[in-house]
Structures are given as C-alpha cells and as structure tokens.
Write a protein that binds this ligand. Structure first.
Ligand SMILES: Cc1ncc(COP(=O)(O)O)c(C=O)c1O
Length: 420
C-alpha cells in the first residue's frame, strides 16, 4: 500500500464550506515525529553498508550496538542491567516470564492503560486483574491494597499511562508488604522520575518503548532494566541471544547463565543493530526534549483550563513527568463528547477519547478487551475514562499553536454543551 492510499484515522481536511463558522482552523499533524539525528543516520548507513544488522555473531570482534545502548541506558537510569528487545510489549512479556508467571496465573495491572499491557499478560498465558484508576489518572491505592490482599497475584504490572505517575513509594510499600513483585510499564515515562529516581527502577523490572511515538524512536524497540542477576540472565536468553550472552557488556556472571541456559526458551525478541544505532544518539537528547515537552504542556494546560467544563488534575510535587501528550476531563455526557470531537475535527484538531464505545486507532479501554474473563466492575475507572480526552503534543508545537488549540477546545466544548 503506498503512502497516498494509507487509510488515516483522521486525515480529513474538510473543504472551507465544511469548516466551522467561527473560522478557527488548526490543521497540523499531531502525529508528526522529530527527524532522526544525523549521527544516527550515518551510523545506520554504515551498518547497512556492512550488512551486519543482527546483534549477535559467531565471529567478529567488538561489542554490537545494542550492547552499547544497554550500557548507556543502564547508566542513564541507574540500573545494573539493561536488555534491549524488540518492543516494550516484548519487555513486559519477558519480565512476567522471568518472574515466574505461569499459564493461568493472575497479574495485577492498571485499568488505565493501552492494549499492549493486558496483551503482554495474555501472551504469558495469565489473566489481568484490573486495578481502579482515580480522578487524577493515577492508581487508586485503596483498590490496589485490596487486590494485593485478595487476588492471589504475585506480580503488579503498573502502567504509568500517558506519563501519570502513581506515588511510587506508596506502591512499593504496598507491594513489599504483600510480597508482590512490581514491574513498571514506562512506555510513556522515559526520562521521568518520582522523587528524584527514574521510573522503571522502583520495582524488580522496568520496561520502556522506543516505538515511533515515544521519547526516542527506532520505529519499534524496547528496553528492560533490572538489578537482579537471575532476571537479567533470563531476559538475555529469552530475548534470543542463543548462547552468545558474553556479547552483552552488562552481563551477569556465567554461573548465573548456567542456572538458566538449559531451561529458558528463546523467544526471538532481540533488538537489531540498526534499531540500537538509531537510538544511541537520541539518549543525549532526552533532557532537552523533556524540557520542551513540559513547556508545551504548561502552555496548553493554562489555555485548556479556561475552556468550559474542562479540568486537568494537579500533578504531585514529587512527580517529575515528561509530557509527550496532555489529558483533560470534560464534564459532558458521552453524546456531547462525540459532538465535541466532531467540532474539534471541523476545526482541524484531532483529539482522542478513552470513553468511546468502540476501540479506535491506538485508543481503547479495558471494556474493549473481551478476552479478560474476569469481568471487572470498575466504577471509578469508567467514570474517569468516559470523560477523558487525550492530545498528542509533538515537540514542534509553538505558543501560537497552543493558543489556537485552547480556543478550539473552548469553542467545541461550548458548542457541545449547547442543547440541539
Ligand atoms: C501504555 C503503553 N504501554 C506499553 C506499550 C507498548 O509499547 P511497544 O509499542 O513498544 O510495544 C504502549 C504502546 O504504545 C503503551 O501505550
């Protein structure tokens, strides 16, 4: 399929006659990505010229790009090990397997997350047990405490969904009290911290994404971090090193591999040399990107708060988030929110909604995941999701863009609230 026939979710550029009467028009592509840094392109081209794109080799010398990336990333977050894999979904699956999750086990997870998270649990043959989400889009700690006590789960896969970080000291204390292992899904929190410490380093394992719409971009890619020798050895073996684990710079002692190498399947979820070469130069950009994103967030937050019916939760002072998107709640009924979305689209602004009846594009909610057999009754989460709107914030957004987005949201919310 050529690019010109690609069925876009929101490609509509209505003709002038179809646009809103107030003349407001945004029209920018919020899914736009930053270019890959030239140094990364050059390294990738060198690699392509060599043809050596697989990270492991039976002959040759030097460490491959993913080993160097693992070393850089572990130093960046302050963990002992990092294993580069094919996606964050792969990292979460490997994390669950390395912690001994078996077919039929229960795994606690966030109700506010996206499809790859329950998907990783299903991939391990386990059943998600969903934890309530509260009005500030973080985990409801009372519900977590209750389910840690009653669910029988041995692992909590916590999703820092859309960069909203639950009090990690509190989560960790609760998990420790019940002997439950914490795994963090940091697909939306690369570079973010809680109380000065990187997300992904608060539990046994942290999982990150390097997919195009995340903080660093190799198209697809994932990183798993841990301080645990046995988890690291299993993750290296499961990701698909065959028996070439010595080609990892951050590698547990051989004696640890001896414990695992005959009993650990190879799931072929490695990162390629090419993906790692694209990512390494991007690590150095994370700090500046984070500053720019948070500046855009602050500009949008101030403007969106002025729109009728819109509320945005205050962030906790310990939460050092990195906002690559912004979420807000709109106090309207579902039919009015549908109208709101249409009004935004008429003004060239693509907004996503977590409360839709149908899953759409990247967006879905737990009610759409029918393979979860234990049907959750999550009144708090559904109340939050039914009014929850979501806007991607590319680094290219200007102050004028933020101003215009604020005006469009205000106009669309006012129209949607008006009885027809
Ligand atoms: C919250 C969340 N977790 C995990 C993932 C999985 O990331 P990946 O696409 O790298 O598997 C995604 C993907 O968008 C996500 O949104």
């Amino acid at each position: 399929m050529s690019a010109s026939t690609f069925p876009m979710v929101s490609a509509a550029t209505p003709g002038r006659e179809m646009r809103a009467a107030d003349g407001l028009w945004f029209g920018k592509d919020l899914s736009a990505s930053e270019p890959i840094p030239e140094a990364a392109i050059e390294r990738a081209v060198d690699l392509m010229r060599s043809g050596r794109l697989h990270r492991y080799g039976e002959q040759g010398s030097g460490y491959p790009e993913p080993s160097l990336l693992e070393q850089d990333y572990a130093a960046y977050v302050g963990s002992k090990y990092c294993v580069a894999v094919s996606s964050c979904g792969a990292a979460m699956f490997i994390a669950l397997k390395a912690l001994g999750v078996k077919v039929g086990d229960k795994v606690l997870t966030s109700s506010f997350t996206l499809a790859p998270v329950p998907g990783a649990i299903a991939h391990a043959g386990a059943q998600p047990v969903l934890v309530e989400t509260q009005a500030d889009y973080t985990t409801d700690l009372d519900d977590l405490a209750h389910k840690l006590e009653t669910s029988g789960a041995r692992v909590f896969l916590l999703s820092h969904m859309r960069g909203h970080i639950t009090d990690l000291q509190a989560v960790r204390a609760l998990c420790d009290r019940h002997g439950v292992a914490l795994v963090e899904d940091c697909a939306h929190t690369m570079g973010a911290k809680w109380d000065g410490r990187h997300t992904g380093t608060w539990g046994r394992i942290g999982c990150y994404s390097a997919q195009t719409y995340k903080h660093i971009n190799s198209g697809e890619g994932g990183l798993l971090v841990t301080n645990d020798d046995d988890v690291a050895a299993q993750a290296i073996l499961m990701s698909g090193c065959y028996m070439m684990y010595e080609q990892h710079i951050l590698s547990p002692p051989n004696s640890v591999f001896e414990r695992w190498k005959y009993v650990t399947p190879n799931f072929s979820m490695r990162m390629s040399n090419l993906a790692a070469a694209l990512l390494r130069p991007q690590l150095g950009l994370l700090a500046q990107r984070g500053k720019t994103w948070n500046h855009i967030y602050a500009m949008l937050e101030a403007r969106l708060r002025k729109a009728p019916g819109v509320s945005i939760p205050e962030r906790h002072p310990k939460e050092e988030f990195v906002a690559s998107s912004i979420q807000f709640s709109l106090a309207l009924e579902p039919a009015q929110i549908q109208r709101f979305l249409q009004e935004c689209e008429l003004r060239g602004l693509y907004i996503k909604w977590f409360g839709g009846q149908e899953p759409k594009a990247f967006t879905s909610n737990y009610a759409h995941w029918h393979y979860i057999t234990e049907k959750p009754v999550l009144t708090k989460s559904m109340a939050v999701m039914s009014q929850l709107l979501d806007l991607r914030t590319p680094l290219s957004l200007t102050e004028q863009d933020c101003e215009l987005i604020g005006q469009i949201v205000a106009a669309a919310a006012a129209t949607a609230a008006t009885p027809v």
